[in-house]
Design a protein around this ligand. Structure first.
Ligand code: S3P
Length: 170
């Protein structure tokens, strides 16, 4: 592994393993983790589902951009929200400020993981099924791929394997 400059941005769909990979990568590299979703929740003083309910998605997206923009000068592993790369302004904030890594996942795995871990994902509006997930993922996948320097498949792989591949490629 070479000296890491700037941030490591982990991007990918909900339940692609960004938080788990971020935390293991942090142990392996000594870099701190910044969880965008947690930062947004702590600034808003409420869970993400509450922000969506009370203020709407656009307000959440504004907060998300603000948090991303405040974090750009850090030397950290940044675990992004699944929708963070959708805005051009956010993509600009990430580009050139570190390494962007896409954790790819199939809709089947997302549905399986979200059905086990029932955390509220307002973007899915309660539709945790392969068809609805596929529709959103099909739109987002090209955006994630275009933005990332590294694409790491995660289906059926252990966290150790995923982190080992990331570290080899860094
Ligand atoms: C979202 C993903 C969530 C969270 C919010 C919106 C999305 O993050 O930011 O619910 O648009 O995909 P995770 O990817 O960490 O679940």
């Amino acid at each position: 592994m070479k000296e890491i400059e700037g941030n490591i941005y982990l991007i990918g769909f909900m339940a692609s393993g960004k938080s788990t990979v971020a935390s293991r990568l942090s142990e392996l590299t000594g870099l701190p983790v910044l969880e965008m979703d947690s930062e947004i929740e702590s600034r808003a003083g409420m869970p993400i589902s509450g922000i969506f309910k009370q203020f709407g998605e656009e307000y959440f997206r504004e907060l998300e951009t603000k948090v991303l923009s405040d974090l750009t000068s850090e030397h950290a592993i940044i675990s992004c929200g699944g929708g963070t790369p959708l805005r051009e302004v956010n993509r600009q904030l990430m580009r050139g400020r570190g390494r962007i890594i896409y954790l790819s996942v199939t809709p089947e795995t997302v549905a399986e993981r979200l059905n086990v871990n029932q955390t509220d994902r307002p973007v899915l509006k309660g539709h945790v099924n392969v068809k609805d997930i596929s529709e959103i993922l099909e739109k987002r996948d090209p955006i994630y791929r275009e933005l990332a320097e590294d694409i790491i498949p995660t289906d059926g792989r252990s966290i150790e394997e995923i982190c080992a591949q990331i570290l080899t490629q860094l």
